[in-house]
Design a protein around this ligand. Structure first.
Ligand code: SAH
Length: 257
């Protein structure tokens, strides 16, 4: 914030909880309640199967204000476009190819980033099927509650409660997670990173990097690599400049042939 130069590591107001494709409106209400008990208020709903209704209101109990203020958007990308750190919660630990945190680590990382002034998001999946791989790919890292490996899937609102609790504990701690080091340039936004990944895909095609192989596996690895690097805006511009030159050279080489 422009008029709040001192990082506040206890500030949860830059954090949004994003529920993707929720199937039971009751769970939306229970999640709102779980959030409010822990001091969280910003709820985003991505294409819920049913809009919040009387069941949601009943289970929200006194958290109907959080429910009423919820933002409903059609796609996950829209829910995340201004976020600089996105963590995705998954009940399936082994199948995820992302860096993985437990809830405590996740809370520390989210608060540290938010204290540096960034918008941050914590994403939860559908009751039956969780988050799709493409949705997890939009996240910088995965969060797994280390539950019973034989029965690791918590109810959606229960998972929200565990994460909200850890966020609160982290915010209350006497020595809360250190604020992210002040950077010269702001970390790249979700939209800027997606623009970079699109250009990277096009450049790899232009220089015939894949040589007939399916591009998905390489792109997945490259996404992981670049997301881990937590690029700032200037770094994204630099990389995109390199890609533009590579594409130009590929075009010239094509003309010479
Ligand atoms: N059957 C689904 C489970 C969905 S539970 C699956 O296999 O993925 C609904 C949501 O709650 C999940 O998408 C996830 O965001 C969250 N969740 C449930 N259990 C979790 C766990 N152990 N760790 C992290 N998130 C969990």
């Amino acid at each position: 914030m422009a008029n709040d130069p001192k990082p506040d590591p206890t500030d949860l107001s830059r954090l949004r909880i994003v529920l993707v494709g929720t199937q039971h409106p009751g769970n939306i209400g229970s999640a709102a309640r779980a959030m409010k008990t822990m001091g969280l208020s910003r709820l985003f709903l991505v294409a819920p199967e049913k809009a919040p209704n009387h069941e949601s209101a009943a289970l929200a109990a006194g958290a109907d204000d959080v429910l009423a203020a919820a933002t409903i958007v059609p796609t996950l990308t829209e829910a995340l476009s201004d976020c600089r750190l996105v963590l995705g919660c998954t009940a399936r630990s082994r199948r995820v190819q992302l860096e993985q945190h437990d809830p405590r680590e996740a809370a520390g990382r989210l608060l540290a980033e938010a204290a540096g002034g960034a918008e941050v998001a914590l994403v939860f999946g559908r009751e039956r099927t969780g988050l799709e791989n493409e949705e997890l790919q939009l996240c910088h890292a995965a969060v797994h509650i280390p539950a019973n490996p034989d029965y690791s899937s918590l109810n959606l609102a229960a998972a929200v409660q565990v994460l909200a609790y850890e966020l609160r504990m982290s915010a209350l701690a006497a020595a809360p997670a250190a604020a992210a080091p002040v950077r010269d340039d702001p970390p790249a936004s979700h939209a800027q990173l997606e623009g970079f990944f699109t250009q990277l895909g096009e450049t790899l095609d232009a220089i015939d990097f894949h040589k007939g192989r399916a591009p998905e596996s390489a792109m997945r690895k490259l996404r992981r690599l670049y997301l881990r690097a937590e690029l700032d805006e200037r770094e994204v511009r630099l990389l995109r400049g390199i890609l533009a030159d590579a594409e130009r050279m590929a075009m010239l080489a094509g003309q010479r042939r």
